[in-house]
Design a protein around this ligand. Structure first.
Ligand SMILES: [Zn+2]
Length: 63
């Protein structure tokens, strides 16, 4: 997804690839508005859909 320019990673230090919601900063409740903005535009969070890679948001759906 990154190679196609349709994904971004945010704050990889505090949202490590294999961290779940128990550790990832972007899983905290104060980031719900942040995710609402992305999801309103059709982007997908791997953290919110798969509970991994919380740094990652992409403009492609998961099957
Ligand atoms: Zn990523």
């Amino acid at each position: 997804m990154h190679a196609w320019g349709i994904a971004y990673d945010f704050d990889d230090t505090e949202n490590r690839l294999h961290w779940g919601a128990d550790r990832a900063r972007l899983a905290r409740p104060e980031y719900l508005p942040f995710w609402g903005i992305w999801e309103a535009e059709g982007w997908v969070s791997l953290g919110r859909t798969r509970n991994r890679d919380w740094m990652h948001v992409q403009a492609a759906r998961l099957d």
